[in-house]
Design a protein around this ligand. Structure first.
Ligand code: FAD
Length: 452
């Protein structure tokens, strides 16, 4: 029997797709950088099936690429033609909400939005939120250590995972589904798997901590004139705004374009910086804080959302989905560095990209409260092979500014060759040693994260 026959016998016709039955979508994540269809797509429906399938692949030296919702932006879930892809989508569902412990235990293939809705129904807030919520899976969130919109309050995904179940490369199941916040019993393996992008094990179940459901939420869009004001406004918000839950900045070009694409005139004369500040508090609390900021001459103008729809408008401009169609081939970068240096980086990056590609669109926005900047670049005539040149410019500056080439999207394949801009040779050697210890046959997500 061939390996594929054995996998088909194990997983059944719904669990092992080969040939024409492998869907086109299995080629690539949302970066659209994947080209090849895998030789098979496995869709196990239980932890035992994941374990047995991996044991077979391990014995055969067959490489396996885990796939969640395929919303990743780093090429981490892209297979090569001789890989087998393993989708977690059938391993989905919420197993328990423990109200006393304020935790949710769920399977890795659960869609993030499903988890959020179940938490809200039980009176809790699921602490991870991002634009891809309707398609990404919680297993993918853990594997990429996803950030998102409310990290300033609730942390990255890893900060919210209390327990994990992971199937290792040889099929053994490592289970620690504890619900304790405090658990200092040796190495914290959760943090090894969070952010490992499917290279160390396949996440099958997790325990997330839940937060209280906010009773109120207030949102404002503020106009600021200098980056110094943005920094002072952030410091003031951290100190004096109860329930601060988002602090997002848009540089002028980004705000102007996306306001116009959304058909809105929030600030008809776009300011140097437009900042969304959100608090889990009543609107008068936010208004009192803004009055203080106004008095301190940090904020030139502010719009406070009076309805959910108005708040949604602010977020529509910030999320900027319309840009993808407007600037086909747009290059998106996700970097971080000390918050005080973000604007210096933005200026240097714009200047260097325009020197190389005159007439390019270069704009900046991001989770400034988490020192995370996104860079959107579109070069005249389409991307072509400009990606690499733009990466080189931006990541060279990131290294100079002491930052990270990936704030929240991960390394995957797209940033693999730039890892040494943010990690030392000793760190990369330690990562390789961990990989070799947990996956001695190198079958899990080969070619991802670690440079060749
Ligand atoms: C519109 C949009 C907005 C986004 N916004 C954000 C944002 O604000 N913040 C942010 O951090 N990201 C964001 N992303 C990126 C993406 O949504 C996240 O990286 C997400 O966590 C990926 O989850 P997924 O289930 O789609 O994983 P996939 O794309 O399927 O996989 C991502 C990586 O995880 C691995 N993997 C998947 N599931 C498992 C598993 N169960 N076990 C082990 N490895 C696994 C894959 O091999 C791959 O390396 C956005 C993407 C889009 C399209």
């Amino acid at each position: 029997m061939t390996l594929l026959d054995e996998l088909a016998a194990l997983l059944g016709p719904q669990g092992c797709l080969t040939g024409d039955r492998v869907p086109e979508a299995a080629r690539s994540d949302a970066s659209r950088s994947g080209r090849a269809l895998p030789r098979a797509l496995l869709r196990p429906a239980s932890v035992e099936e994941v374990s047995q399938a991996l044991a077979l692949c391990h014995a055969a030296g067959q490489t396996v690429v885990p796939q969640g919702g395929l919303t990743g932006l780093a090429g981490g879930a892209n297979p090569r033609a001789d890989d087998i892809a393993l989708s977690l989508q059938r391993l989905a569902g919420i197993e328990e909400i423990d109200r006393g412990a304020a935790t949710m235990t769920l399977k890795a293939g659960t869609i993030l939005q499903t988890a959020q809705e179940a938490a809200a129904e039980a009176g809790f807030l699921f602490p991870v939120d991002l634009g891809a919520r309707g398609s990404c899976t919680v297993g993918g969130n853990i594997a990429t250590n996803a950030g998102g919109l409310r990290v300033i309050r609730d942390g990255m995904t890893r900060d919210n995972v209390l327990g994990l179940e992971v199937v290792l490369a040889d099929g053994s199941v490592l289970t620690n589904l504890g619900k304790m916040v405090k658990n200092n019993t040796g190495y914290d393996l959760r943090h090894l798997f969070a952010g490992s992008e499917g290279t160390l094990g396949i996440v099958t179940r997790a325990v997330f901590r839940l937060r209280p459901l906010p009773r109120a939420r207030a949102t404002a869009l503020c106009a600021l004139e200098t980056y110094g004001d943005v920094l002072a406004f952030l410091a003031l918000a951290r100190a004096d705004l109860p329930g601060l839950s988002a602090f997002e900045a848009m540089w002028r070009d980004y705000f102007a374009l996306n306001q116009s694409l959304a058909g809105l005139r929030l600030f008809p004369d776009p300011p140097a910086f437009a900042v969304i500040v959100e608090a889990q508090a009543d609107t008068p609390v936010l208004e009192a804080f803004l009055a203080q900021a106004y008095e301190a001459e940090l904020v030139a103008d502010a719009l406070v959302a009076q309805t959910e729809a108005e708040a949604r408008d602010f977020w529509t401009v910030r999320e900027g989905h319309a840009m993808d169609a407007h600037l086909p081939g747009m290059i998106n970068l996700d970097v971080s560095m000390p918050v005080g240096r973000l604007d210096d980086f933005a200026r240097a990056c714009r200047e260097a990209v325009l020197a190389r590609f005159p007439g390019a669109h270069v704009s900046f926005f991001g989770h400034v409260g988490d020192s995370n900047l996104h860079v959107a670049v579109a070069v005249p005539g389409g991307a072509g092979d400009a990606d690499h040149a733009v990466d080189g410019i931006a990541y060279g500056l990131v290294r100079e500014f002491g930052g990270s080439v990936s704030a929240e999207h991960g390394i995957g394949t797209l940033k693999r060759d730039w890892l040494d801009h943010s990690r030392s040779p000793t760190e990369i050697a330690a990562m390789r040693a961990i990989k070799a210890a947990l996956d001695p046959h190198f079958i899990l997500n080969p070619g991802k994260v670690l440079p060749r």
